[in-house]
Design a binder for this molecule. Sequence first.
Ligand SMILES: O=C(O)CCC(=O)C(=O)O
Ligand SMILES: [Fe+2]
Length: 282
Amino acid sequence: MTLQIKPSGGALGAEIIGADLTQPLDEATFAQIRDAFYKHEVVFFRGRELSDEDHIRFSARFGELRKLKIGNPLHDHHPEIFVVSNIKKEGKHIGSYDAGVFWHTDGAYLARPHAVSALRALQVPVVDGRVLGDTQFASSTAAYDALSPSMKKRIDGLQAVHSILRRLDKTQQSGIKKDYSSAVKSDPEATHPLVRTHPVTGRKCLYVTEGYTARILGLPEDESSDLIAELTQHCIKPEFIYRHHWQQYDLVMWDDCSTTHKATFDYPETTPRLMHRTTVVS
Ligand SMILES: O=C(O)CCC(=O)C(=O)O
Ligand SMILES: [Fe+2]
């Protein structure tokens, strides 16, 4: 099956047309998807309803799926599925309702962060006939490439600490109450190079985010926070961004080494949004 790849025209993002993800894919078809994914960093499939089983089978072609256990709600039957939703049942959220408040990359506070995430829209929030709740993605390879030679030299070899506590602080400052106590106990933080070399493409990725990066090792505190602020602002310049306007049934996959992302909370809390996500461990 020959697929059509339709790039967004920006630094990242492409639609893949013609793949039937309700069926197991042959090697040649999967190879086209894999190549497009690593080239475009964010890819999406649309127009076809998938089951959780289809979602899991397809994303598992990229590697081992993480069975999430950090206290966020899990799917009833599939530990591979992380539920992102504002919906409440019997007064309790059925999923993570604050995922993506800040620019971040999934699982950065883990020693083995997520490599690939795949988010599927089961229910999109429609207000006055328009779908809201876009997700923005920024290319960390394009951001790295655009740094000045002196900045590249300055950050070469530096290591940064990514912490769930940073997210907790920021989340609470934004007025959202959330209990991260089990994650804080099990996986509070991890150290990664500030510039990661992508394990598949070999490209350099600027691995720093507003949501998780707490400090840069070996620098005085104020220099560390100034540098984090400068780099995180740089990473989200408009020219590095692809903004995904969701349609129901979309499956959007992103590369967690070479991109960062942020959700948009522009719809009322009472307008339901329901997404299922799988993640491949690195
Ligand atoms: O809900 C969104 O738009 C993105 C949420 C997010 O950050 C994630 O699922 O990893
Ligand atoms: Fe995320």
